[in-house]
Design a protein around this ligand. Structure first.
Ligand SMILES: Cc1ncc(COP(=O)(O)O)c(C=O)c1O
Length: 368
């Protein structure tokens, strides 16, 4: 650290050591941004109208977003206090971790998974315990269960998993919950659940009644296309959500975000038709890549995982030069969001040569 980098005041060393949140790279006008798992569709006119109708900028919003909670409570057949709204599900993750884990406590999750998990744990003063994904890139739930200690305060399960796109099955999840202590908070992060087509995947809300230590996180950022407005929700037991509410920065969910979420629920049929078209584009892309010789886990979010290993940076650069801004995680792989049709066409044009150039025994290539 040079003298100019050194903080002039005493700060927490683990915070100084944290890498700043790395957002998906922006794309210039001629390129496609496939680096943040965003929804490529523009907002529906009705959603835009609902946002622009909220003009009382001089007033604070309703702190608990009651109108939105009522809609979600009806949708999931739960009590209104079993719904908690946050400015994105990442805010809810932060609140729940802060509520349950502090110095000396452990937060357990599969890795590689959502890149925000490690920093949120460090900010809380707790310690991350990571369990490696299986070789098929899915969560290894038996290994995660074995890693639970007396210090574990939170377990995060991500299905579909960002960035590998794999799901946890209902059976796997239930077997896991059967051995997890009932006083240990389990967060099921379902940011991409609406894109799931595999019928054996876990689906959190119907399990809440059985597992009082479970909190399910969902978001309007992905399937509903509201990433820029920041609104997500947690479903779970009132006592856990009240603790999360106590750690929240008050009044973070704007009236515009809540209105957009309500309008999106009203337009759900149309939005879910878009989701189905993205999922169909995803499956067709995966099949085409598989025919080209790629070995890629079956994707269940709105993105694909190319396990490019040591070749991650060079493959990401080649895609970038062709106008595709993707998300490299060297030395593991590349996450590519399913964006516009033209973006997928460009990917498939490039990817045949890219897989052919990988070493014959590379894990991203099919054997034979
Ligand atoms: C697995 C997962 N969880 C949560 C989030 C947070 O989404 P948001 O804060 O926009 O709701 C993301 C965003 O990329 C994600 O990939």
């Amino acid at each position: 650290m040079s003298l100019s980098d050194r903080p002039s005041v005493r700060l927490r060393p683990e915070i100084i050591a944290l890498p700043a949140y790395k957002q998906g790279k922006p794309a210039d006008a001629s390129a496609f941004k496939l680096s943040s798992n965003e929804n490529p569709f523009d907002p529906l006119p009705g959603v835009v109208a609902a946002v622009t109708a909220e003009t009382a900028y001089n007033r604070y919003p309703d702190a608990s977003a009651l109108a939105l909670r009522e809609r979600l409570a009806a949708k999931y057949s739960v009590n209104v206090d079993q719904v908690h709204i946050g400015s994105g599900s990442v805010a809810l993750l932060a609140q729940l971790i802060l509520a349950a884990a502090g110095p000396g406590d452990e937060v357990l999750y599969s890795w590689r998974s959502f890149e925000a998990y490690p920093s949120l744990v460090t900010v809380a003063g707790a310690t991350s315990v990571r369990v490696a994904n299986r070789t098929d890139h899915g969560h290894d739930l038996p290994e995660m269960a074995a890693a639970i200690s007396d210090h574990t305060r939170v377990v995060i399960v991500c299905s579909p998993n960002n960035p590998t796109g794999t799901i946890v099955t209902k059976d796997e999840f239930e077997a896991f919950m059967a051995v997890v202590p009932t006083d240990l908070l389990v967060i099921l992060d379902e940011a991409y659940i609406e894109f799931v087509t595999q019928t054996d995947a876990v689906n959190g809300p119907p399990l809440l009644a059985r597992y009082p230590n479970l909190v399910v996180l969902r978001t309007f950022s992905k399937a509903y296309g509201l990433a820029g407005l920041r609104v997500g929700y947690a479903l779970g037991a009132v006592d856990i959500l009240n603790a999360a509410r106590s750690t929240a920065i008050p009044l973070s969910v704007t009236a515009q975000a809540a209105a957009a979420a309500i309008a999106s629920l009203e337009a759900e049929k149309e939005l879910l038709a878009r989701v189905r078209s993205i999922a169909a584009r995803r499956d067709a892309t995966w099949q085409a890549l598989t025919r080209q010789g790629w070995s890629i886990p079956a994707p269940q979010g709105n993105f694909l995982w190319l396990p490019t290993g040591a070749e991650t940076t060079s493959v990401a650069e080649a895609l970038g030069a062709a106008g595709l801004v993707v998300r490299p995680f060297p030395p593991e792989g590349i996450r590519v969001s399913i964006g516009e049709e033209e973006a997928v066409a460009t990917l498939l044009l490039m990817s045949a040569d890219l897989v052919g150039a990988l070493p014959a025994d590379h894990p991203a290539r099919q054997i034979g």
